[in-house]
Design a protein around this ligand. Structure first.
Ligand code: APR
Length: 249
């Protein structure tokens, strides 16, 4: 264990309240590509940030729905990694732990995390685009590896198109989720920021709120990010290799 990892483990062991803030890198070792990884198959010629918008959905619902159903079936096939399991173990070891994630997969939950706060929604909470935003339930389908266009289902209650339950670019984050994340960051002793490039706001503000409030910020990322500057410790490595070493025994 390097000196920096040891120092981070000591910070966590001495903390009363910890925030674990995660991004796409948290699920990379589970085989879920990060958001800024190049797209493959049918979507290879598209930019993820252009696809993940209300405009793209309205312009071509079959393309966007197909993409999210492809991502949903991959997330379903993926398994939580040692990093996800370490986060759940940390929650058990330090009762004042809050998990805040930008990820739309359910790997934190499947690893045992009790109530991760999904700032960007979930692949598993589709709803209709009608005024009622009715939750939609429909059978899971295995999507082909290369992806396909797929017509979104219609809402049983109002007949409107069903959309993925994620937050698209240009859309507001769920108010309560954001309020709770800001409150947790402003009052924690230690914030672990794991596998995020720290460039998408307002989520990227969360580690900065903790730093301004005097918390120790520990970054886990194999590469440098703009969060280096606000981090007390920068641990250059992956979620699955480093996080288990931070769980108090
Ligand atoms: N362990 C830890 N970090 C990793 C790993 C790993 N195994 N693999 C990659 N990373 C790091 C990368 O170095 C990068 O800094 O994870 C980060 C992933 O960055 P992005 O793909 O930008 O994902 P994220 O920060 O979660 O994106 C934020 O942007 O597009 C929106 O809604 C989307 O929630 C997403 C948000």
């Amino acid at each position: 264990m390097t000196g920096a990892v040891e120092a981070a483990a000591a910070l966590v062991a001495g903390a009363h309240s910890v925030v674990v803030f995660t991004g796409a890198g948290m699920s990379a070792e589970s085989g879920v590509p990060t958001f800024r990884d190049d797209l493959t198959g049918l979507w290879a010629r598209f930019d993820a940030e252009r696809l993940a918008t209300p405009e793209a959905f309205h312009a071509d619902p079959d393309l966007v729905w197909g993409w999210y159903e492809w991502r949903r079936s991959r997330a379903r096939r993926a398994e939580p990694n040692a990093g996800h399991r370490a986060v759940a173990a940390l929650e058990a070891a330090v009762p004042g732990t809050t998990v805040v994630t930008q990820n739309v997969d359910d790997l934190h939950e499947r690893a045992g995390s009790t109530a991760p706060n999904h700032l960007h929604g979930s692949l598993f909470a589709p709803r209709c685009i009608g005024a009622g935003a009715h939750p939609a339930v429909f059978p899971d389908a295995e999507e082909p590896q290369e992806g396909r266009r797929l017509a979104p289902p219609r809402c049983d209650a109002c007949g409107a198109l069903v959309r993925p339950g994620v937050v698209w670019f240009g859309e507001a984050l769920p108010e309560e989720a954001l309020r709770a994340a800001v409150a947790a960051a402003a009052s924690c002793d230690v914030l672990l920021t794991v596998g995020t490039s720290g460039v998408v706001y307002p989520a990227a503000e969360i580690p900065r709120i903790a730093a301004r409030a005097g918390a120790a910020v520990v970054q886990v990322n194999p590469d440098p990010t703009p969060l280096d500057a606000v981090s007390t410790l920068n641990l250059r490595g992956t979620a699955a290799t480093i996080l288990p070493a931070l769980v108090p025994v």
